[in-house]
Design a protein around this ligand. Structure first.
Ligand SMILES: Cc1cc2nc3c(=O)[nH]c(=O)nc-3n(C[C@H](O)[C@H](O)[C@H](O)COP(=O)(O)OP(=O)(O)OC[C@H]3O[C@@H](n4cnc5c(N)ncnc54)[C@H](O)[C@@H]3O)c2cc1C
Length: 410
């Protein structure tokens, strides 16, 4: 049972609601949740509209509710952010990728940035005048991120960066990127990493889109060839990048844990089963019941996290538990849907029922099980944090990166 608002929370909710009613269309009247076509022009248009909404929010004082007023935030608490998000969910507006990128880089700048970096970067970040992409993963560094090899060398002329990043969401749209580089291969792998703030318009940066199986183009490979980065654009000093990266990843996992608490589709699957005359099929009924139960469990986990946030307490549900349940339940739903569609599941676009909604859902299933850390890696985290199992052996922790298999050879 969800707890009721206090008097102050109810007043805040009413203020939020009144502002949204005056400034945002209700769901069904506008664009935000209608999805968008997978062409570069349509994706740019989507990004621009997300940016415009973040700018509207910022100008009205809602764009950075929990951040300090000194840097353009509202100075409020997580409970206010939660109430705002709950109310905004009824309206046809979204900041899309931008709010998650703000949620990752703003806390890192606040915790580890110099005063000059905070002054220079926070306001344009929060107003989305400058948007940011995350340049972490590489072809051989994903789950084991500290194995990254993109080279960053510091000299009197500043940083020189050479190497490749992969799976960089929205790099083609963003003005700035937060980048992890290997700055010292002669120390153990976690100690030789630096965290740089990079202007994506710098000569030597090439962004190549990677179309996905759904036709989407939000992923990119990013190549760096002799890219110059000012010496002062390092966060937490040369070699101090790993704790900053850890903070970013922690915020990513919290945001993933809390953004997947509402899941839907189980009722649509029941309707599909009835329409297809399969509702009495005992095996199918079991699968339908499972998807329905998992949706309810996610909802209850969401209520628990919500109430902790409102009470100002740390959530007592581990974000990895939510992520694994959400991602795997979503994948199971696509299996049930394809079973129900039978041969029709091979159709796509206008030829397919519901314009290929379930087909697209199936093709997109790996986004959930890989993005923000794979479900296997999240299971390791649950084992260590929740169940108290021994940590995985890490024999490479004390060895200079250069000595490791796949380390640098220069
Ligand atoms: C939707 C989406 C958005 C993304 N956006 C970005 C972005 O903006 N910026 C960015 O830098 N990256 C981004 N990524 C990349 C993402 O962080 C990586 O894909 C993820 O960390 C996994 O790394 P990998 O793909 O290299 O797989 P690998 O690490 O190579 O894993 C391969 C397989 O091995 C398993 N495995 C690996 N290590 C272990 C272990 N210790 N125990 C058990 N199993 C293990 C994995 O679970 C997986 O099944 C994005 C990915 C997705 C899907």
């Amino acid at each position: 049972m969800r707890r009721e608002d206090t008097k102050e929370e109810a007043a805040f909710r009413a203020e939020v609601r009144a502002w949204l009613e005056a400034h945002a269309p209700l769901i069904g009247e506008g664009w935000a949740r209608a999805g968008h076509a997978h062409t570069p022009a349509a994706e740019q248009a989507w990004f621009d509209r997300c940016r415009a909404w973040q700018q509207t929010l910022y100008d009205a004082g809602w764009g950075a509710i929990t951040l300090p007023e000194a840097y353009g935030g509202r100075g409020g608490g997580p409970a206010q952010q939660l109430i705002f998000d709950e109310e905004a969910a009824s309206f046809d507006v979204t900041t899309g990728f931008l709010s998650s990128s703000i949620d990752l880089i703003a806390p890192a700048l606040l915790a580890y940035g110099t005063e000059a970096q905070k002054e220079r970067f926070l306001r344009p970040l929060l107003r989305a005048d400058e948007t940011w992409c995350q340049l972490f993963s590489e072809p051989d560094a994903g789950s084991d991120l500290a194995a990254l090899r993109c080279r960053g060398e510091l000299s009197e002329e500043g940083w020189r960066v050479n190497g490749q990043k992969l799976w960089t969401t929205s790099a083609q749209h963003c003005e700035w990127g937060f980048l992890l580089v290997r700055s010292d291969p002669d120390v153990p792998k976690h100690a030789g990493i630096s965290f740089l703030l990079v202007d994506m318009r710098t000569p030597g940066i090439e962004v190549r889109p990677l179309p996905t199986i759904t036709g989407g183009r939000h992923f990119n490979e990013v190549f760096f060839t002799d890219v110059r980065v000012p010496a002062e654009n390092v966060v937490n000093g040369p070699g101090g990048g790993w704790p900053v990266a850890r903070l970013v990843l922690m915020h990513e996992s919290v945001s993933i844990g809390t953004s997947h608490l509402r899941n839907d589709g189980a009722e649509a699957l029941v309707e599909l089963a009835i329409r297809r005359g399969r509702y009495e099929d005992p095996l199918l009924r079991q699968a339908l019941a499972r998807t329905w139960i998992e949706e309810r469990v996610l909802g209850w986990l969401g209520d628990r996290i919500r109430d902790s946030v409102l009470d100002g307490a740390p959530p007592d549900v581990d974000g990895s538990v939510v992520k694994v349940l959400w991602a795997e339940s979503r994948a199971r739903k696509s299996d049930v849907a394809l079973d129900l569609l039978g041969a029709e599941a091979m159709l796509e676009g206008e030829d397919a029922q519901g314009r290929g909604y379930w087909q697209n859902y199936m093709l997109d299933r790996y986004m959930g099980t890989i993005g923000g850390g794979t479900v296997e890696v999240h299971r390791n985290g649950i084992g260590e944090r929740v169940l108290g199992l021994p940590r995985e052996a890490r024999p490479d922790r004390e060895v200079a990166f250069r000595e490791l298999k796949g380390g640098v050879s220069d």
